[in-house]
Design a protein around this ligand. Structure first.
Ligand code: FAD
Length: 286
């Protein structure tokens, strides 16, 4: 089922994100992860796409096929474009068509000097137009409650987001954020700008300090004071940080649901225990 049809049936929706494991052995264990995640009945599971043509890209499509055909859950395939030619993107779209996979998260991809850029696509909106011309896919896009790290300012970033939805994006997933007020303010501005598609809130539980520091340095998300203090308090106690991080994520989601968020997208980091604990905390509200 296309994701825009799921939104027509129910709101809020719940979705998970996983990444293709880099190591061969971990790839073999992906079934365990998928089995546990599927028991939590998400509306869809998205699979990230390795940057710059790394070997994980093939496994993105393979894992998405498993999600659809072995676990009967809708997959959303992430697809980046700046390191690819139109012919290479066509090849992936053909694989998706053959596998009856209908949902794509169209992304530009991060600019990384390690991976040469190709000239066929500059922005995610170019990929959106290309996919629209190619065939019958439901296209999602990324959005940034605290602005994309390269954007000059919020208004410009939102105007660029509008181009993406004008070109055919029918659902957005936000970058991770820890301060719900930033998400609410972004939502208001985006609606005023005429972006009317459903927006899912991207939630990343803080369960590992190194991991979260890395994510924040990459995407520029800000840490509210209470969360910063919580991390400082538990940074040398993994179990306590895990529990406090899950509790913070549950509270964040509860507040979003009270504010009528259209969807919750959990960056599971391939950890079904994290997803399960959060789901147990929020299920009565969904
Ligand atoms: P765009 O929408 O193209 O925006 C990029 C920048 O260009 C922004 O600053 C924007 O304001 C500007 N811009 C856009 N259009 C125009 C225009 N027409 N004129 C001028 N400026 C413009 N990366 C991966 O490699 N693999 C993944 O699987 C992956 N999954 C992600 C999932 C989510 C939910 C999110 C939020 C991000 C994900 N990313 C992933 C990261 C993403 O690739 C980066 O954030 C990337 O830097 C921007 O991608 P985008 O699609 O948002 O780009």
């Amino acid at each position: 089922m296309k994701i825009d049809s799921i939104f027509k049936k129910k709101k809020p929706i719940l979705s998970f994100e996983i990444f293709p494991p880099k190591k061969e052995i971990a790839l073999l264990n992906i079934d365990e992860t998928l089995k546990s995640l599927s028991e939590l009945n998400p509306d869809f599971i998205s699979v990230t796409f390795g940057a710059g043509g790394t070997t994980t890209n093939n496994s993105t499509v393979e894992i998405a096929k498993k999600i659809k055909h072995e676990y009967n859950i809708e997959p959303l395939v992430h697809l980046t474009c700046i390191n690819y030619s139109k012919a290479e993107i066509c090849d992936i779209l053909e694989q998706l068509n053959d596998a009856e996979i209908k949902n794509i998260l169209a992304l530009r991809g991060d600019i990384n000097p390690e991976f040469p850029r190709k000239n066929d696509f500059t922005y995610a909106s170019d990929l959106v137009s290309f996919i629209k011309q190619y065939g019958d896919f439901c296209i999602s896009g990324a959005c940034y409650p605290e602005s994309h790290i390269e954007a000059k300012n919020v208004s410009e970033d939102i105007l660029n987001l509008k181009k993406k939805t004008d070109n055919g994006v029918s659902h957005l997933i936000s970058q991770l954020f820890f301060d719900n007020n930033l998400f609410y303010s972004f939502n208001n501005k985006v609606r005023v700008a005429g972006v009317n598609v459903p927006i899912e809130a991207g939630i990343m539980p803080v369960i590992n300090k190194t991991q979260i520091d890395k994510m924040i340095s990459l995407c520029g998300a800000s840490l509210p004071t209470d969360l910063r203090k919580m991390i400082q308090k538990h940074e040398n106690n993994c179990d306590a940080l895990f529990d406090a991080g899950i509790e913070y994520a549950i509270d964040q989601i509860k507040d979003l649901l009270e504010h009528d968020v259209e969807g919750i997208h959990i960056f599971t980091m391939n950890n079904p225990i994290v997803a399960r604990k959060i789901c147990e905390g929020i299920r009565p509200l969904l």
